[in-house]
Design a protein around this ligand. Structure first.
Ligand SMILES: [Zn+2]
Length: 461
């Protein structure tokens, strides 16, 4: 191999993605290879050791778990293999709410350095507390995943998440600093100012929800900002699922490489898993800190490797709040064969659906992600859509609003009607439910600054 081939400068716009596409993963740095590239046996041995400690710790320090395990007749010493995790009780969001605010904390508040909470859209929010060690682990998990996404020390990272109680803002902030980046804590909102800051400060990394990144892209285009010449190189997405079509569109129009990561407040926040540049539809799980299971959401029994089911996570050695077998309600499949990027950590398919966002329409199960996938395959429409379900004459009616691309707009009513009929036919073929399709003018579907809300269920209960 020539010397020129060996020196890939990943700080150059497009270089990390180009290296990945050429299979040059040896050119992309790995934050903690002794863990990220460890053998499966070593990973499992480490997980078992930490699982034993976690169960003993939860039993000793959290009355809720001690009582629960006693009732089930399980002692911490019963955990002898990783499969023994199935002897433990599941934890769901209701438990975290019932014990609001500090009932599951395993340490006195003196030892807590930071509190976060999930948005309490229904009832009490979930409150989580982090010790010094928890903060350290959280930062490292994020540092690993941002490096996996092509970020390097010295990058200038601009935050477009809101800060506040939400874990996304601070989590990414700490992790990017841990890697050695300069943070610009811009926060959400004021899109034109974001674009001005990218130009003024030479921002190379943007942290945003994918829908807000798309909005920044569009506002920049309207301002005449040249994204190809922009210093921006990497987009780090989170806060909401990222449809593949939307990600590809942002990459093309902003000339950046975009990845997303997965996490949830109840087990830590962002940083549970992240996308590498080899497998764009999957995310490596930080397995030294999280034991994963995939179960049948109905029976609670494990499904086979690579099969779709509900993700269950047990954080390993979290001090503030040890959580056993947290039911995420997120549907995914996990794969353990080695990845082309060189990492051996298991990969989960990106979460596109939650077991609880399934819509039952006229007796048929419909996932918003199925609608998204069909729309992504239709070139006349943008990745923006809105789903409405309502009751008409005692029956469920499914309405899908989809946004036309400017170049697809036609003056002829017949042409537009034919397009609408074609989209409705494609949706019906996948969903097995006939929707009403409404074409919305370009830009007509509202862009979310935070999480995009795709479904409006107006049915009479
Ligand atoms: Zn990989």
């Amino acid at each position: 191999m020539s010397e020129a081939m060996d020196s890939i400068d990943v700080t150059k716009k497009g270089a990390a993605l180009a290296a990945a596409e050429a299979g040059r993963f040896d050119a992309l740095p790995i934050y903690k290879p002794e863990i990220e590239c460890a053998s499966r046996e070593d990973i499992r041995a480490l997980q078992l050791e930490k699982l034993k400690e976690t169960v003993a710790y939860a039993y000793e320090r959290v009355p809720y778990y001690r009582q629960k395990l006693d009732e089930m007749g399980v002692a911490p010493s019963d955990i002898q293999t990783l499969e023994d995790v199935r002897k433990l009780p599941f934890t769901d969001k209701a438990v975290l709410r019932e014990t609001f605010p500090f009932g599951l904390f395993a340490v006195p508040l003196d030892d807590i350095r930071e509190l976060h909470s999930s948005s309490g859209t229904t009832g009490k929010p979930v409150v989580v507390g982090y010790t010094d060690d928890d903060m350290d682990m959280w930062s490292e998990c994020i540092a690993r995943l941002v490096q996996m996404a092509g970020v390097v020390p010295g990058d200038i990272a601009q935050m477009a998440f809101g800060y506040g109680m939400f874990t996304g803002g601070f989590g990414l902030h700490y992790g990017l600093q841990r890697l050695g980046c300069a943070m610009i804590p811009a926060g959400s909102g004021n899109t034109e100012r974001h674009i001005q800051m990218i130009e003024d400060y030479g921002t190379t990394v943007l942290v945003a929800t994918p829908s807000y990144a798309m909005h920044i892209c569009e506002v920049g285009e309207k301002m005449g900002y040249d994204w190809e010449k922009s210093p921006l190189r990497v987009g780090l997405f989170g806060g909401e699922p990222c449809p593949p079509g939307l990600k590809a569109e942002i990459e093309r129009r902003m000339h950046i490489v975009c990845t997303d990561n997965y996490g949830l407040t109840e087990v830590m926040g962002p940083g549970v898993s992240g996308e590498c540049l080899a497998e764009r539809y999957q995310q490596h799980i930080a397995e030294d800190h999280f034991l994963w299971e995939v179960i049948d959401p109905e029976t609670g029994e494990p499904v086979g490797e690579g099969e779709m089911g509900e993700l269950v996570l047990t954080p390993l050695c979290k001090q503030g709040i040890p959580v056993l077998r947290y039911r995420t309600h997120d549907l995914t499949a996990v794969h353990t064969e080695p990845c082309a990027c060189g990492r051996t950590l298991a990969r989960m398919d990106k979460v596109r659906s939650r077991s609880d966002d399934m819509l039952i329409i006229r007796g048929t199960n419909v996932f918003p992600s199925q609608i998204e996938d069909v729309l992504t395959g239709i070139e006349e429409v943008t990745p923006h859509y809105h789903i409405i379900v309502e009751t008409r004459g005692g029956m469920d009616a499914l309405i899908v609003e989809t946004e036309l691309r400017p170049e697809a707009f036609r003056d002829s009513f017949e042409a537009m009607d034919a397009l609408r009929a074609r989209i409705a036919e494609k949706l019906k073929g996948t969903l097995l439910v006939a929707p009403e399709v409404r074409l919305v003018e370009p830009g007509g579907i509202e862009r979310a600054i935070g999480k995009a809300k795709h479904v409006d269920d107006r049915r009479e209960k």
